[in-house]
Write a protein that binds this ligand. Structure first.
Ligand code: SAH
Length: 347
C-alpha cells in the first residue's frame, strides 16, 4: 500500500484543493464532519466549473462553505507572459507557480482541433542532446494541480485535445501525472475522453508497464528518435539505462494489455538520424508492434548544433518508410517562430 500524502504540511497551513481528487475530497469532508458524497460536487465546482472561491459553490451549505474557507483554498497559476505566433495559429503561455518556478504551456489550433501541450515537470532530467528543455536542467516535479491548471487557465479557448508533451518526462512523475489524467478524464473534472489525451514519453519501460495496467483509454506516444542503441545512446542518454530491447518489450506489453496501437515519434535531424540506413533500421525495429510513426522535422534551438534536414530528405525518409510501416505521418510543428514548438520550451 502506498503511504497517503498529508493534505497540508503544517497544521496551520491551508490545504490547496487544486489537484486533489474524489478520494481526497471525501477524506477532507469526513474530517470536517460532513457527508462524503459531497466530494463529487466539490470536484465539479473546482474542475468542471473552474470555481476559485467557495462563495460560488451555491449548492453547498453556507456552513460547509465557511468551514472549507477556514481550512482550504483553491490555487491558480499566474500568467506572466503570452506570445502569439505570426506564422501559424499557436500561442505560448508562461505561468509562474506558487514557489516562483516558471513553466510553459502551448496552445495550437488546427481547424476544429484545439490542442493544449501540458508540461509535467519544471525542466527535465533526461538531457536529450537536441532538446531545449534538457538544457535548463531539472528543477522539480509538477503537482497534478499544476498540470490541470495549465488547461483550466486556458479554458476559454474551447480546448478539444490535451497532450502531455511539454516540458518534462511524465513517466518520471507518474503519481501526479496519473492523477492529473484522471481529473482530465472525468466528467466531474475536465471531461476529456481518453482518446483526446496523449501522453508522450522518452521511454521508461517499467512505468509503461504500470501505465498499461491502469484502466485508461489514453493514447501513448514514444519518442524514439533513433532505431539503434548506439545512435540513441548518443542523443538520448536515457537509452543507456533503458535500451531499445527493453523499451520495445514494454511497448508490446502495453499494446497487448490495452488493445491499442502506440505512436512512435521520430524527430528528423540532419545528418544524425535521417539516412536511408536509419529508415531501414526504424522499419525493422517496429515490425510486429501495432503502431503509427510520426515524423517531426527538427526545430532548431539557439545554441545547439543540430539542423532540420532539407525538404527532399524529409520526404525521402517518409517515402522509404511508408510502404514498409503501417502508418506514417509527417508533422510540421507549430509555433516555431515563438520557440513554442516541440523541444523548444525553456524558461
Ligand atoms: N519527455 C517526453 C515529452 C516531452 S518532449 C518525451 O520525450 O516524449 C516532446 C517531443 O518533442 C518528443 O517527441 C521529443 O523528441 C520532441 N523534441 C524535442 N526537441 C525537439 C526539437 N528541437 N525539435 C522537434 N522535436 C523535438
Amino acid at each position: 500500500m502506498h503511504k497517503e500524502k498529508p493534505l497540508a504540511t503544517k497544521a496551520t497551513e491551508k490545504i490547496n484543493l487544486k489537484g486533489l481528487w474524489i478520494g481526497d475530497f471525501e477524506k477532507l469532508l469526513g474530517d470536517l464532519g460532513e457527508k462524503r458524497y459531497k466530494a463529487r460536487q466539490l470536484a465539479s465546482w473546482i474542475y468542471a466549473k473552474g470555481a476559485t472561491d467557495f462563495a460560488e459553490m451555491t449548492d453547498l451549505s453556507k456552513d460547509l462553505r465557511r468551514k472549507l474557507g477556514e481550512v482550504a483554498f483553491i490555487d491558480s497559476p499566474k500568467l506572466v507572459d503570452r506570445q502569439t505566433s505570426d506564422k501559424d495559429l499557436s500561442e505560448k503561455f508562461l505561468f509562474e507557480l506558487a514557489d516562483g518556478a516558471r513553466i510553459e504551456t502551448v496552445l495550437m489550433w488546427e481547424g476544429k482541433r484545439v490542442t493544449v501541450c501540458v508540461s509535467t515537470q519544471v525542466g527535465c532530467p533526461l538531457d536529450c542532446t537536441f532538446c531545449a528543455t534538457g538544457q535548463m536542467g531539472f528543477k522539480r516535479n509538477l503537482t497534478a494541480g499544476e498540470m490541470v491548471d495549465q488547461i483550466i487557465a486556458l479554458g476559454e479557448h474551447r480546448i478539444t485535445h490535451a497532450v502531455l508533451m511539454g516540458m518534462g518526462e511524465p513517466l518520471l512523475n507518474f503519481d501526479d501525472t496519473l492523477r492529473a489524467i484522471k481529473i482530465m478524464n472525468d466528467e466531474m473534472g475536465l471531461s476529456f475522453s481518453g482518446k483526446r489525451i496523449t501522453l508522450s514519453t522518452a521511454g521508461i519501460p517499467s512505468v509503461i508497464e504500470k501505465l498499461a495496467k491502469e484502466k485508461l483509454k489514453i493514447k501513448l506516444a514514444i519518442s524514439l528518435n533513433a532505431a539503434t542503441d548506439e545512435k540513441r545512446n548518443r542523443i538520448m542518454p536515457v537509452n543507456k539505462k533503458h535500451p531499445l530491447k527493453e523499451l520495445l518489450a514494454a511497448v508490446k506489453k502495453f499494446t497487448q494489455a490495452t488493445g491499442r496501437a502506440v505512436t512512435f515519434e521520430y524527430v528528423l535531424i540532419d545528418g544524425v538520424n535521417d539516412s536511408e540506413k536509419d529508415a531501414a533500421a526504424l522499419s525493422k525495429l517496429i515490425q510486429g508492434v501495432p503502431c503509427k510513426i510520426n515524423l517531426i522535422p527538427y526545430n532548431p534551438i539557439p545554441g545547439l548544433p543540430y539542423r532540420r534536414p532539407p525538404e527532399h530528405g524529409i520526404v525521402a525518409f517518409r517515402d522509404y518508410l511508408y510502404p514498409r510501416c503501417p502508418a506514417v505521418t509527417l508533422r510540421m510543428s507549430k509555433g516555431e517562430d515563438i520557440l513554442a514548438a516541440c523541444g523548444q520550451l525553456r524558461t
